[in-house]
Design a protein around this ligand. Structure first.
Ligand code: PLP
Length: 355
């Protein structure tokens, strides 16, 4: 928690309301009440950096919508649940999720520099037990026994919020397993608080190649000069950068916004990797779009962007139905009002996705 204090962040409803009064931002009594109420269930946190990107003259500011709570988060909507991806069912040993044969995810932290209002793990990670160094030996033992695992995703929470020495302990541990080829770090920090990417951090990461870093930019306004500089610090150490966006209603669900986002990203050498359909996570329904929106958008992007700037559009159809699936127009084998049958990623697999 030391880092939270030192980097300066807005960490409670009262702090946020105080800052808004300073900025003379007018909220209705209802909006104020929503901020207080949502903070009780889904803790509010905004880095100082991200807060300063908000345009207060625009009530639909895409930065604002991603970090300021909305009363809609408290609505209980059928079809939405706390853990629709069933990550808990795939926890092989504490904090290690083995859902896809060749790769495993290690949830090393449940702290983030900002709590995205659309977070897939908003009902789980923050309320759970915190990973400590004591969890590593069992994870390593499991990975050594499962030599089919050759890629480790270190995620959370935000792994880059850990003390450098703790993060290095985990990375060095995974690197010591001969069957592990690549190590990936999943972090939102390039968008949420790029100043956290220090030279010291990059010097440490560089020792453990092949190491990749995947981040999450959802809107061109997030691709700032500071973000570009942070990306450059990583790239100079030979760390390839990828981006996983989430398709969010009212934020990036139109072709012009995505074209601008992906043009800016390849301009700072961050390669678009995935665009996710928003998962059915309780508290995020107001960001959801139909899958057809994503399919059409990707088609439009193909004409307007270099091939390597177009991400794959992904639905996470939960583990029992195939997990992540790439979805394109010609992958839909059958469509009813309840479900889709999708061509899976391997030759004759078929995936059922409930709409
Ligand atoms: C997404 C994910 C991965 C990595 O999947 P890729 O398709 O290889 O990027 C690994 N483990 C879990 C649990 C995941 O959710």
């Amino acid at each position: 928690m030391d880092k939270a204090v030192s980097s300066g962040m807005i960490d409670s409803a009262e702090q946020l309301l105080e800052r808004l009064r300073e900025k003379e931002v007018l909220l209705s009594p209802l909006e104020e009440a929503y901020i207080r109420e949502t903070d009780k269930k889904y803790r509010l946190r905004i880095s100082e950096y991200y807060f300063n990107l908000i345009d207060w003259d625009d009530p639909e500011c895409p930065i604002r919508m991603q970090c300021i709570p909305d009363g809609a988060e408290l609505e209980d909507i059928s079809g939405y649940s706390e853990d629709p991806l069933h990550e808990k069912d795939y926890e092989a040993v504490p904090f290690l999720i083995h859902k896809y044969r060749s790769r495993a995810a290690f949830m090393c932290s449940n702290f983030c520099y900002m709590h995205c209002r659309h977070c897939t793990r908003k009902n789980t990670v923050m309320n759970e037990e915190i990973c400590t160094k004591d969890a590593l030996p069992a994870a390593l033992e499991y990975i050594k026994e499962h030599t089919e695992i050759n890629d480790i995703l270190i995620t959370g929470g935000d792994p880059l919020s850990l003390p450098l020495e703790t993060l290095e302990y985990y990375i060095a541990g995974f690197r010591s397993v001969p069957s592990v080829n690549t190590i990936r770090i999943g972090t939102r920090v390039l968008a949420a608080d790029p100043g956290q990417i220090t030279d010291e951090l990059c010097d440490m990461l560089e020792k453990y190649h092949p190491l990749w870093l995947f981040t999450q930019f959802n809107h061109p306004k997030e691709v700032t000069k500071e973000a570009a500089e942070a990306a450059n610090r990583l790239l100079r150490r030979g760390i390839p950068l990828g981006n996983q966006s989430v398709l969010l209603k009212g934020i990036n669900d139109d072709a012009d916004t995505l074209v601008e986002l992906y043009t800016k990203l390849i301009g700072i050498r961050v390669r678009p990797y995935y665009l996710y359909l928003c998962d059915r996570v309780l508290g995020t329904a107001h960001f959801a779009t139909d899958y057809t929106v994503g399919v059409e958008l990707i088609e439009a992007l193909r004409y307007r962007l270099p091939g390597y700037a177009v991400p794959k559009f992904i639905i996470d159809a939960d583990g029992k139905h195939g997990g992540k699936v790439t979805i394109e127009r010609n992958h839909v084998l059958k469509e009813t009002s309840d479900y889709l049958l999708l061509q899976g990623d391997s030759e004759d697999s078929v995936t059922k996705f409930y709409r």
